[in-house]
Design a protein around this ligand. Structure first.
Ligand code: 8YV
Length: 308
């Protein structure tokens, strides 16, 4: 194991496999030179991944089983180069991540967290709480209309929003009234709320930059349930602090668990600690799929959800 997993999942693994908690080894490099030859699998998550250095230090490595749908911190070139199979946990978390996106959209546009602070601070008697913005009738622009993106679209439609999206290609299997925008700036211009639901990694790093935020504009809201790396965080802080963006709802950050102090000081942002899929039900489903992949590989050489 590269980093901690849920204790219950670790217990399940321990019933069938010999587990090494590598990150706790007093000297990780020495651990690899002493035990690396016998390691056949890496258990990791979308948070800790697996580096090229680690993959190459394990000559008997067959499989990398990852908890979470995003696998951007796994060096896929190194894994492919060694014919190491990589699995993730797609499908089972789409609902919860989409719910989180809607929770952030509503929280920012209706100022839920800010007004909660207003009540707790006892301001209600002296001051007016002011107005929020309605979601219905406005446009939800989704960057990355994959499985999670489509669940976000369904929910946003239920709130009366119009849907626009950007993917590399238009999708043929989505309702025809979802408007396709050929580029990111066009999507931002079209959107009142822009939601990020695309994979992280080198190819999407900082694609939401100052120009995209400028196009989203002073009435626009950015919601990120994807990866912090997708957004140029310094540009986001700048846009929010100069009123060029109305607000942001963030579940992910560039350097987790570090959150820019400037964001923490802003009332028009809502900040979550990367909990998009964190419900009892979804964590159970992710754990089951993780185990099905691990056992599927070691029992039958057939993992359930290998990364393509
Ligand atoms: C997990 C996630 O919390 O699935 C993902 O890609 O980001 C989250 O569901 C994470 O992978 C576990 O660390």
């Amino acid at each position: 194991m590269v980093g901690p997993l849920l204790p219950a999942l670790e217990q399940r693994m321990q019933q069938r496999y010999r587990i090494h908690r590598w990150w706790e080894a007093p000297d990780p490099a020495r651990f690899l030179s002493e035990h690396g030859r016998r390691v056949r699998g890496i258990a990791t998550s979308g948070r800790f991944g697996a580096t090229r250095e680690l993959i190459e230090a394990l000559p008997a490595l067959e499989v990398i089983v990852s908890f979470g749908v995003g696998y951007d911190p796994i060096d896929m070139d190194a894994a492919r180069g060694r014919d190491v199979v990589v699995t993730n946990t797609p499908g089972v978390l789409d609902d919860c991540v989409a719910d989180t996106a809607l929770a952030l959209m509503l929280s920012v546009s209706r100022r839920i967290c800010e007004l909660d602070r207003f009540v707790r601070a006892g301001h209600w008697r002296q001051a007016s709480p002011g107005l929020g913005r309605k979601l219905g009738g406005r446009c939800c622009g989704i960057l990355g209309l994959g499985n999670i993106g489509r669940q976000i679209a369904r929910r946003a439609e239920a709130f009366g929003m119009d849907i626009a999206y950007h993917n590399r290609q238009p999708r043929q299997d989505v309702p025809p009234h979802y408007r396709y925008c050929a580029d990111l700036v066009a999507l931002a211009r079209e959107s009142d709320v822009m939601v990020l639901a695309l994979p992280g990694g080198a190819h999407t790093r900082h694609i939401v930059d100052a120009d995209v935020l400028e196009a989203l504009g002073p009435d626009g809201i950015l919601v990120n349930v994807a990866r912090g790396s997708v957004v140029d965080e310094a540009a986001l802080v700048q846009a929010l602090s100069t009123g060029r963006l109305a607000g942001a709802g963030l579940d992910v950050y560039e350097h987790e668990p570090d959150v820019p102090p400037a964001l923490c000081a802003m009332d028009h942002v809502v900040l979550l600690p990367h909990v998009g899929s964190s419900t009892v039900e979804t964590r159970q489903a992710m754990s089951d799929l993780f185990m099905a992949n691990l056992d599927g590989w070691f029992e039958r050489r057939r993992p359930l959800t290998p990364v393509a």
